[in-house]
Design a protein around this ligand. Structure first.
Ligand code: ZN
Length: 310
């Protein structure tokens, strides 16, 4: 074999490798994924709550999986919410928005990017919402706003705490100003909880960014950061270009926000989130006794508790 034949054969091998590269769908349907040490079986990762046993990277989990991990498969009940008209602007970019919605529903099995449920932690009634980042980047539009408000209303009716598990790229540009309005609507909902002295806890998972950080994710009494999660408003490159400076490696992580900004109160590994919320709620509700014993009344103690928690 001369050198020309060798080069041609090497070229063919490269072409084959490129042709056979896995697509997103292939990876999603495979039993394998990858982390720091190369391929890892999804079932091994799942057995460790989707956290890498070697580098402690917290891999993405859907709201359904998170609720199953936190409460058990039969330990939570979905909260239904209204279905507003999905595409008032008939938006088209590289693809019709209505088709993007159909694809997102098919991929995630959800009606919209948020799943809300009623459950119990430490035998305390709670309402929990979690964002599915795989539903158009966890972006917030009218249906998501309605879902949050339905969850908040349930918490108000039950006089119980509300927990929001955030993960989002921000507001959904395809529904324009109607998406931005959801920041205000969600804020009004959280304020209604506050008026009733009901605890509101955020669990910031990766990535919590954009309009979600600028609204509901930043309004909690206590904000728990899931280990290694991104916590930001504008993207890293935008900040770097604006500031014209080199940013630290851990910039825009929950750890950085806890140390530098104080926006995050504590950092938890995934396995510790459920027991930590249980402990916090037990402390808060023991002092805030009017939540479970009196209706539509506030006490000096509960008012000062809310002020302290805020
Ligand atoms: Zn790893």
């Amino acid at each position: 074999m001369n050198w020309i034949t060798k080069i041609i054969k090497a070229g063919e091998k490269i072409k084959t490798a490129i042709r056979e590269r896995s697509t997103k769908a292939d990876i999603a349907n495979s039993d394998w994924t990858s982390c720091c040490r190369g391929p890892i079986l999804k079932k091994d990762l799942e057995a460790n709550l989707w956290v890498c046993p070697d580098c402690n990277k917290h891999h993405y989990i859907s709201p359904t999986n998170r609720f199953n991990l936190m409460f058990g498969k039969d330990g939570w009940k979905k909260i239904e919410s209204p279905h507003p008209p999905p595409d008032p602007y008939k938006w088209v970019d590289t693809k019709k928005y209505i088709d993007r919605l159909k694809d997102a529903k098919k991929i995630t099995g959800q009606d919209n990017a948020i799943l809300s449920c009623e459950a119990k932690i430490n035998n305390i009634d709670v309402v929990v919402s979690a964002v599915d980042f795989k539903f158009i980047g966890g972006s917030i539009s009218m249906a998501e706003g309605e879902n949050v408000l339905a969850a908040v209303q349930t918490a108000l009716n039950k006089k119980c705490p509300y927990i929001f598990v955030s993960a989002s790229g921000g507001m959904r540009m395809m529904t324009n100003i109607l998406s931005l309005m959801q920041m205000t609507r969600m804020t009004v909902g959280i304020n209604a909880l506050r008026e009733q002295n009901l605890p509101y806890i955020v669990v910031a998972t990766s990535p919590t960014t954009g309009g979600l950080t600028a609204s509901i994710a930043s309004l909690s009494d206590i904000c728990i950061g899931e280990t290694g999660a991104t916590w930001a408003f504008a993207g890293r490159r935008i900040v770097e270009n604006t500031e014209k400076s080199q940013l630290p490696e851990n910039f825009q992580t929950v750890e950085w926000a806890k140390d530098k900004g104080g926006q995050i109160d504590l950092i938890c590994d995934r396995k510790d989130i459920h027991p930590t919320i249980g402990t916090l709620l037990s402390i808060l509700l023991k002092k805030n006794s009017d939540i479970s014993t009196e209706e539509n009344e506030t006490s000096e103690n509960s008012q000062s508790l809310t002020r302290e928690a805020s």
